[in-house]
Design a protein around this ligand. Structure first.
Ligand code: NDP
Length: 327
């Protein structure tokens, strides 16, 4: 089978398409023919070595496809079932072994591309809005990169909970998408000459001088200071990514001076640790998506052989919504 391997830590050029033996599922795994593999920022962190890993490794952790074989201990799935998953290493491939506990049944009405687009980014948007900071009607929210993969889903889920969403985006096209997803206010942050000073002032201006209850910040290094300064007293900064780089060490005393603030750095794995929680979050996004109530935008697809271009586009801020690889 063909698969995309990161040969060493580095830029997109370290990605190679190679022929590999087909994976043999362990007793608790199913073998899936991949219809579409999700491209996520974490794939780039693992490729560059920002998150330590081993090389070479087959890249990717997310996708959707059809079960073609099941391990001896698998009881809930059979060949022919359609499944999606967020955490099966080696998903940039024609075939991947998926642990039964990670396999999510795809509801009728959700096509393969939408199914591959939703597990990681959809369940992330869900835990951020339902668990990390449970949004309620009237909450003021600032969220960054609103036209991105997580961003468009986060915007929709936040707006659906009745929050007032103030979104940042990098371009006019992205502004249109963010507004369509439910953002009430949009700021094109790349047009600000001093983001750290100007963004909090704009946010205060649009929240009656108070600032927001919560910031969902996936951009990290470039936005962290502005995010912190955009909070109201006792507000919460949810740092959940580092698309612009990781945030440097931070003096906790600043939370006192800022107004008894909260900062948290959550991750999806800790919010899908049990099968019940995983299935709950999946149903909460997959069922509305299948019913047409949650829009899943696939902004770009690339053939498996062009995985390096997919990474260049994602890291180059050139994508909107989900990026998929099609084996
Ligand atoms: P996106 O589709 O959001 O792409 C990243 C976007 O970030 C870009 O399009 C760009 O939007 C913005 N951005 C701002 N500055 C930069 C920069 N210097 N370089 C690149 N992009 C920049 O990606 P994903 O939806 O896949 O992921 C978004 C973030 O969420 C990532 O940081 C990822 O690690 C994180 N994440 C965290 C999870 C968790 O559980 N903690 C789970 C899933 C994702 P614009 O042009 O509008 O500025």
């Amino acid at each position: 089978m063909r698969a995309v391997v990161a040969t060493r830590a580095g830029g997109p050029e370290v990605l190679d398409v190679v022929d590999r033996p087909e994976p043999v599922p362990r007793p608790d795994e199913v073998l899936v023919r991949v219809a579409a593999a999700g491209v996520n920022f974490i794939d780039t962190y693992l490729r560059t070595g920002t998150y330590p890993t081993h090389y070479p490794h087959v890249v990717g952790s997310e996708g959707a496809g059809e079960v073609v074989a099941v391990g001896a201990d698998v009881t809930t799935l059979a060949p022919g079932d359609r499944v999606a998953w967020a955490d099966a290493p080696g998903s940039y491939a024609e075939l991947v072994a998926v642990p039964e506990r990670s396999a999510l049944v795809v509801p009728p009405g959700l096509d393969d591309r939408a199914a591959a687009a939703l597990p990681l980014q959809g369940m992330t948007a869900h835990y951020l809005t339902a668990s990390t900071f449970p949004l309620e009607h009237g909450h003021d929210v600032l969220l960054h990169a609103a036209a991105g993969g997580v961003g468009l889903l986060l915007t929709q889920l936040a707006a659906a909970r009745g929050a007032h969403v103030l979104a940042t985006v990098g371009s006019a096209e992205k502004e249109t998408l963010a507004r369509a997803a439910g953002a009430a206010d949009v700021i094109r942050y790349r047009e600000l000459s001093d983001l750290t000073a100007e963004l909090p002032a704009l946010v205060r201006d649009r929240t009656g001088g108070r600032g927001v209850h919560v910031v969902y910040d996936s951009v990290g290094k470039d936005t962290f200071e502005a995010s912190l300064a955009s909070l109201r007293t006792r507000g919460t900064l949810v740092l959940f990514g580092g698309s612009s780089g990781q945030v440097p060490p931070f003096d906790l005393q600043r939370l006192n001076a800022g107004g008894s603030l909260f900062v948290t750095r959550p991750t999806l794995g800790h919010h899908t640790a049990t099968r019940d929680e995983l299935e709950w979050r999946w149903r909460e996004v997959a069922d509305p998506a299948a019913a047409g109530a949650l829009d899943v935008r696939v902004g770009a697809t690339f053939p498996l052989a062009d995985a390096a271009d997919a990474h260049r586009a994602l890291e180059g801020r050139a994508t909107t919504g989900k990026v998929l690889l099609l084996p």
